[in-house]
Design a protein around this ligand. Structure first.
Ligand code: WQD
Length: 342
């Protein structure tokens, strides 16, 4: 009997890529999304990539407890991967109540429904943002979490704690894995799914590709006076397909009862720091184009450098990032051209 995974927020950038990999690995998937931050473009792309027209889609706002409960009652959920959350750092500073209500409320409803159905495996989509500006680099899962620098980051830390506490109290009925992503970038090689930010992109790579396609006039590089080799910030850019595969490894680990602890944490990164300028010049090189950019003032809240020590994910989860940053930047560009109908 195939196991069923509920992917909350599954019509989004990461959720859609994870759905493709889960189906490829033989899982049944239920995709649920309230479409507050995306449309059905990526879900339609998932159906094309997998050749599966029968993937259930449920339009659900996970802040609605009754709707969440009904979803769990309708399907036999063996694992839930929780992506449904708002994720714009800057917006979270302007609208903290909206972010706490949505990001905490939706996760609490999912956990309550999981408890009500007698338990299940829960994978929470966390973020390297919980590390803030680490004192020591690269960061391991034991690196201390720093005080959050935004309500968005605070909700990630709180949801991590909520899951840990829920697992502890569940008497083994709920197992949990926290995946801390670094900087997800790129798109599926088919160019049928990818990042589709609404409005002006906050993140670097979609701003780069939109500048290259002509949707944006000029990329601003936020600061070149940081204490780094070329003065621009360092990040660990993880390819979206590699990231998606890590979810399959994590869900399988829970399903097969291979965990060492009832709630485990994994950094999902490459372990390779890359600067903003390196990314921009790599994008130009692999795609054979010139990008219009300028140096602009630092962006408030940016950390100078953060990158992962992925040893635990590599050795315990058995997962390793495979795609090169060049391949990833090529896929990001192919996706942007697909969106432009080119
Ligand atoms: C990366 C670097 C910017 C845009 C955030 C969240 C993280 C995750 C990913 C949600 C920084 C620089 C960016 C631009 C630039 N969350 N930059 N010009 O801030 O590392 O991480 O997004 O999905 O939890 O914290 O990612 O892509 O915004 O920035 O120079 O137009 O690119 O200053 O150094 P970030 P980012």
């Amino acid at each position: 009997m195939k196991k069923t995974v509920l992917v909350s927020g599954g019509a989004g950038f990461i959720g859609s890529h994870v759905t493709v990999e889960l189906i490829g690995a033989g899982y049944e998937v239920v995709v649920a999304d309230n479409l507050s931050n995306c449309d059905m473009t990526c879900f339609e792309g998932v159906k094309k990539i997998t050749g599966r027209d029968d993937i259930p889609f449920e339009k659900v706002d996970f802040c609605d407890a009754a709707a969440t409960e009904a979803l769990f009652a309708k399907y036999k959920i063996d694992a839930v991967i929780h992506f449904a959350a708002f994720k714009a750092v800057g917006e979270s500073v302007e609208k903290p109540v909206l972010y706490y209500k949505n990001n905490l409320g939706s996760f609490l409803n999912v956990l309550e429904a999981a408890e009500r159905q007698g338990g299940c495996n829960v994978l929470f989509s966390s973020s390297a943002t919980v590390y803030g500006q680490p004192e020591k680099l690269p960061v391991t899962e034991e690196s201390p979490r720093q005080p959050a620098t935004s309500p968005y980051g605070a909700t990630k830390q709180m949801c991590e704690d909520i899951l840990q506490d829920t697992v502890k109290a569940s008497g083994g009925k709920i197992k949990g894995i926290l995946l801390r992503y670094f900087n997800p970038i790129g798109a599926h090689p088919s160019a049928l799914i990818g990042e589709l930010p609404r409005g002006v992109p906050n993140n670097l790579v979609p701003f780069i590709t939109q500048t290259a396609i002509g949707k944006r006039a000029c990329l601003s590089i936020f600061g070149d006076d940081y204490p780094t080799p070329d003065g621009t910030c360092l990040r660990d850019y993880i390819d979206i397909v590699d990231l998606a595969k890590a979810h399959v490894y994590a869900v399988t680990r829970m399903m097969e009862g291979k965990m060492d602890e009832p709630c485990e944490i994994f950094n999902v990164g490459t372990g390779r720091p890359v600067s903003v300028m390196e990314l921009v010049t790599a994008f130009e090189r692999v795609n054979g184009l010139k990008l219009n950019y300028k140096i602009a003032p630092r962006r408030p809240g940016d950390v100078t450098a953060v990158w992962a020590d992925p040893t635990r994910a590599n050795t315990v989860l058995g997962w390793k990032a495979e795609r090169t940053v060049e391949e990833t930047l090529r896929s990001a560009w192919e996706w942007e051209k697909h969106l432009a109908g080119k």
